[in-house]
Design a protein around this ligand. Sequence first.
Ligand SMILES: C[S@@+](CC[C@H](N)C(=O)[O-])C[C@H]1O[C@@H](n2cnc3c(N)ncnc32)[C@H](O)[C@@H]1O
Length: 352
Amino acid sequence: MISMKDDLAVVLKRARATDELTMYVIVPDAPGLSFGAATVVQYVAAVAGSLVGFMLQFPCIVRPGKLVSAINNDDPNLKRILRYYDRTESRIGYLYLLRGTKHFGWYELGQSKWRLTQAMRRMEDELGERLDLPADAEVLDAGCGMGDVARTMATKYRLRATGIDILDFNIEEARKRSASSGLGDRANFQIGDYHKLDFPDVTFDGVYTMETLVHASDPEKVLSEFRRVLRPGGRLVMFEYSHTPEPELSPAAIKAFHQVCDLGAMPTWQRLEHGDMESLLKEEGFIVDSAEEVSKRILPMLHAFYLLGRFPYFVGRVTNRVPKVVNAMSGVEMWRHREAWRYNIYVAHKPS
Ligand SMILES: C[S@@+](CC[C@H](N)C(=O)[O-])C[C@H]1O[C@@H](n2cnc3c(N)ncnc32)[C@H](O)[C@@H]1O
């Protein structure tokens, strides 16, 4: 006979080994109770069991609210970014669903939308291939989150990655994960703001962003910083969203898009229409090698977010608490209004 403790250990082991979305459901018998009461007891026990399993797997989210940014910055947008990522829904959602990685996945035709981790690693391969740098090249991951992208660059592409992020809990977790995967100094992480980089000129062979420039309050300044720290000929690869000009959108799509950008603290996405990033790169002295729209590749993941987000978003709306379920709202509305945005990959370089 397997004890409850053994059960939990088996579930946790499987959760760590699999790359599928994992749900914990522990349903004890409730003898001696009428059907209705027993069902309620079982339901409450299942939810409690799920939470315990979840917290054991990701102890960092139950640590009391030690945050936030170590950056002393006057930019009011930074506070909004901190607010967004520190929301319970963001913390739990990113850790539970995506295991700390915060970017879309790249899906092959027919691939299950629920193979989230596999699709995210595949997206990181798209980055590694586009960086196209030799082993030991130095790269900057601007807005590294918990460092999974930098770790893929370090392990699979043999690059030396430095990740920066404004959120100290991201950097803390990034360092911990890298130490436990034995990466040594091939993947380093530090607190930093990409609007004013703390590196000398001509430090890096490559710079990349994975869904982070959307948060910038001054993208021109960020691109000029990227140019400064790149060596001549150095490569810049960015995975970022753009939006459809508003005259081409319905009022509902415009309203949804603004709400997503406001609550998600993404002023650069709100500003950049399709094609604007290419112009910006040229204005900031880059040579644009390619700009591809790859929205179709990420749609299965967005559809998964839509399915998962519908109920919490409904509850958020009826209780007038949509900001508390900002990710559920974004998943639902951006799926419904897919015509309002695009997912792009930009490749550019600094002239020699
Ligand atoms: C959507 S997440 C992507 C994280 C990571 N690239 C990944 O793919 O897992 C965006 C990240 O950008 C970071 N960020 C936002 N503004 C930033 C800034 N000014 N400087 C550095 N990082 C920033 C956020 O803290 C967040 O971790």
